[in-house]
Design a binder for this molecule. Structure first.
Ligand SMILES: Cc1cc2nc3c(=O)[nH]c(=O)nc-3n(C[C@H](O)[C@H](O)[C@H](O)COP(=O)(O)O)c2cc1C
Length: 401
């Protein structure tokens, strides 16, 4: 029984898949969870309160203005008593209400009043799911840390095919277990700072020095640490990848701003510096656009070194994070350079990757890394950047256990 003593508030909204909530309740009860159901008016068109009550063995709530429940401020009490709120199925309508803070019935009021983690299992017609309004609402919700399971892809009740099917109840149960079981969140209570992406160092108001970093690896690491329960501050340079869910993001442009954001985010238990920080910046960026003069020589750029974020944060001191991980992106003598970086910068581990153009790693989807520490070198095979992130997060959790 993986969920003994845990309380789930299950909100069932008005989708054709509402009947699957019955199976979910059965699975949750089997794992020892207490389940209280909140049913929307439209949800009650698809599944009866009586079935929900019989399976959950608890009173089912549907009315915002029920005298007995509200004398005890039922809508607040319901969320206080729960460890997790689950919306399954979550209609396009309830997701839109959540994204916009509407509270016009008991389900949406409880969702607005809660400070507990929320998991949604969207289920709807494929065009409703792919509609830009629904996608924008989902981006808003995940940006606020709402967890999502599904939707799955497949044949639908409306005779169409595509993404929009409710995740199967065992899949929803697994997502609930991973959110509620301490073993799956070994980093809970820990704070991690992660940097990601390139930095832009201005030459003048319109030009800048940059590099090809996409932010994919750093963002994936932030997401993987958050999935293991860490509170994550992601300090990101300018990137095109979306902010990961459940992570607090500081957007910066220059190396100096990145260092400042990292120092402000301290104290932390873990720091992972995956950003490709520019080594140099202009001594003095021009305040106006540098003009091309006919016949004149091109301007020479006078560069000065940027602050070294890894070495600054890894330096011994009261605020040094317990585990400091740097990245080494090299095109030559990868392991030698990475080993000397480990010592020079006082890092605990260096994640070394070969960013020669032939590898396709810089900006690509995959990465082949070597983890260098005082104990030796671990060579990992070529993996998707998400997979590298998960392995690294698991290694960090093991090191801090
Ligand atoms: C037969 C039928 C099936 C429906 N299935 C879905 C569905 O799977 N997903 C969805 O988002 N809306 C579905 N709807 C539309 C919702 O019921 C409607 O948007 C309603 O306002 C949702 O209310 P609620 O979110 O308060 O439960 C369906 C409507 C009907 C009549």
């Amino acid at each position: 029984m993986t969920l003994t003593g845990k309380r789930v508030l299950l909100i069932i909204s008005g989708g054709i898949a509402a009947f699957k909530a019955l199976e979910l309740i059965r699975l949750l009860r089997k794992q020892g969870a207490g389940v209280t159901c909140v049913l929307t008016d439209n949800g009650a068109q698809f599944v009866t309160p009586l079935s929900l009550q019989a399976l959950s063995e608890s009173k089912v709530y549907a009315e915002l203005f029920s005298l007995t429940d509200e004398s005890e401020m039922g809508h607040i009490q319901l969320s206080r008593a729960a460890d997790l709120l689950v919306v399954a199925p979550a209609t396009a309508n309830i997701l839109a209400k959540m994204a916009n803070g509407l509270a016009d019935d008991l389900a949406s009021t409880v969702l607005l009043a809660t400070d507990k983690p929320v998991l949604v299992a969207p289920a709807m017609n494929v065009r409703m799911w792919l509609h830009p309004a629904t996608q924008a609402n989902m981006a808003t919700l995940t940006g606020r840390g709402v967890q999502v399971v599904g939707p799955d892809e497949g044949a639908m009740a409306c005779n169409e095919f595509g993404p929009g099917r409710l995740a199967e109840p065992p899949e929803i149960l697994a997502a609930i277990e991973s959110l509620l079981s301490p073993a799956s969140r070994p980093l809970s209570g820990r704070h991690a700072i992660v940097t990601s992406g390139p930095t832009h160092e201005p030459i003048d108001p319109v030009r800048y020095i940059a590099n090809r970093s996409s932010g994919r690896q750093g963002h994936a690491i932030a997401a993987a640490l958050a999935a293991l329960g860490a509170r994550v501050t992601l300090v990101s340079g300018p990137v095109n990848v979306p902010d990961p869910a459940g992570v607090s993001v500081r957007h910066v442009e220059t190396a100096a701003q990145m260092l400042d954001a990292c120092q402000t985010a301290l104290p932390a238990d873990i720091a992972v510096f995956a950003a490709a920080v520019a080594d140099w910046r202009m001594d003095q960026a021009a305040t106006g656009k540098i003009k091309k003069q006919p016949g004149a020589a091109p301007p020479s750029l006078h560069l000065v070194p940027n602050p070294d974020i890894l070495a600054t944060i890894a330096a011994a001191g009261p605020h040094r994070p317990r585990l400091v991980v740097g990245f080494a992106a090299e095109t030559d003598d990868l392991l030698d350079n990475a080993q000397s970086k480990l010592r020079r910068k006082n890092a605990d581990w260096i994640v070394a990757n070969d960013v020669s153009p032939a590898t396709g790693i810089m900006g690509g989807a995959d990465n082949a890394v070597h983890i260098i520490s005082a104990d030796g070198i671990d060579h990992w095979p070529l993996l998707a950047k998400d997979e590298v992130a998960k392995r690294l997060a698991a290694r960090i959790a093991a090191a801090l256990a």
